[in-house]
Design a protein around this ligand. Structure first.
Ligand code: NAD
Ligand code: MG
Length: 382
């Protein structure tokens, strides 16, 4: 069980909920980091009294240092600040709750420092999953998933002694706000439409990914990497109610599911208290009042992002980094209302067509594939 954490991305949706669990379980925070929300990071620092706080840029870091003067809290910034937070000697666990590929370097730093990683930042595993998992084995840094589907699978696997017992992982997917619509109808949706998720409240980037089902595509690749299974062993099923968080089918035909109300605090708590379960005061699942549980196949024609991600999962190599980099760039343009929703899959497809993939890339080659994908998207909209 975690006693002291470094929390990367403390001002975000996962970051704030992680601090709720710290309050609930009496876990200390030795480091907190944020991109630019000075006000919230200041309040969090005053409450948790970490040893180190870090911001993305120098200017806000200087402002924060002024506000925290006299509190004996060191203020850092940039990549160096993130890396130091990730490898701080006093933390036993690093929660990676930053969004996007930016999570790669601090995750690697935490692994090299041998920390337990409570991993929310899925983009890192999508881009460089093989290298990250290899490093985690090499340094003995355990990775415990925070993403609800992967936490569900991780929980279902606790009783299993032999990796060969796993036949299939079944990822459940809410279907997002555009479930049941055609590709044509979806392509015209606005930012406000995309930000209306039926079951979860999350950061903007992941909420938009949920609307395009790219999120499920990223989770498909994340599941392969985390649980060392082949793409044929992962399937996606639409489950609108988000009560079953995912399932594992074993070779004897048994299917185990983890169920609960849709609340990220459960997988966050489990990642911090693992291998134990601690008491929660939150409302629990009432089977007699929950809606009927339904299941359907995903519509890959209406949601090409999911199809492209599943194809990249099969191709492997640098294609996953291109998929992710192009998607991050396209989602950012959509967030700034520079492109229509329908252009997200178009731009990702364009980058995948333009940039040839190759297998067993080094970290530098992955970064280069990511850079080229972003450039390809920028060029297409210029
Ligand atoms: P968010 O946008 O709410 O928060 C992101 C956090 O990261 C903020 O604290 C922000 O300041 C920081 N940040 C952003 N860009 C950064 C950068 N370049 N460098 C350093 N820090 C930066 O996002 P979120 O919804 O909390 O998601 C965080 C991660 O967790 C994502 O990878 C997401 O896919 C994953 N995740 C989130 C949820 C959820 O319910 N929100 C569920 C599963 C997985
Ligand atoms: Mg998820």
């Amino acid at each position: 069980m975690a006693k002291t954490i470094s929390l990367l991305g403390s001002t975000g949706s996962i970051g704030r909920q992680t601090l709720d669990i710290c309050r609930e379980q009496g876990i200390k925070a030795a480091a907190l980091t944020a991109h630019s929300n000075i006000g919230l990071l200041e309040r969090q620092a005053r409450e948790f009294r970490p040893q180190l706080v870090a911001m993305h840029d120098l200017e806000p870091a200087l402002e924060l240092a002024k506000r925290l003067a006299g509190l004996d809290i060191e203020v850092a910034y940039g990549l160096d600040g993130l890396r130091r937070a990730a490898s701080l000697r006093s933390s036993d666990t690093v929660v990676t709750a930053v969004v996007g590929m930016a999570g790669l370097w601090p995750t690697m730093a935490a692994i090299e420092a041998g920390k337990r990683i409570a991993l929310a930042n899925k983009e890192t595993l999508v881009c460089a999953g093989e290298l990250v998992m290899e490093a985690s084995r090499q340094y003995g840094a355990e990775i415990v998933p925070v993403d609800s589907e992967h936490s569900a699978i991780f929980q279902c696997l606790q009783g299993s002694k032999d990796h060969g017992e796993i036949k299939r992982l079944i990822l459940t997917c809410s279907g997002g706000p555009f479930f049941g619509l055609s590709r044509e109808e979806i392509s015209k949706k606005t930012k406000a439409d995309a930000l209306c998720h039926p079951n979860w409240t999350m950061g903007e980037k992941i909420t938009i990914d949920c609307a395009s089902l790219m999120n499920k595509g990223l989770e498909f690749i994340e599941a392969m990497r985390l649980f060392r299974v082949r793409p044929e062993q992962v399937s996606v099923v639409i489950h609108r109610q988000s009560i079953i968080h995912s399932m594992v089918e074993f070779r004897d035909g048994a299917v185990l599911a983890q169920m609960g109300t849709p609340d990220m605090r459960l997988p966050i708590r489990y990642a911090l208290t693992y291998p134990y379960r601690e008491k929660s005061e939150l409302p629990t699942l009432d089977l007699l009042s929950c809606p009927p549980l339904t299941f359907a196949a995903p519509d890959l024609e209406a949601f090409p992002c999911l199809k492209m991600a599943m194809d990249c999962a099969r191709t492997g190599g640098t294609s996953c980094a291109v998929l992710n980099g192009a998607n991050e760039a396209a989602v950012e343009l959509f967030r700034r209302e520079r492109i229509a929703f329908g252009r997200i899959p178009e731009l990702v497809a364009r980058a995948l067509d333009a940039i040839p993939s190759f297998s067993s890339p080094s970290l530098e080659e992955i970064l280069e594939a990511d850079r080229r994908a972003r450039e390809c998207v920028a060029e297409a909209v210029r």
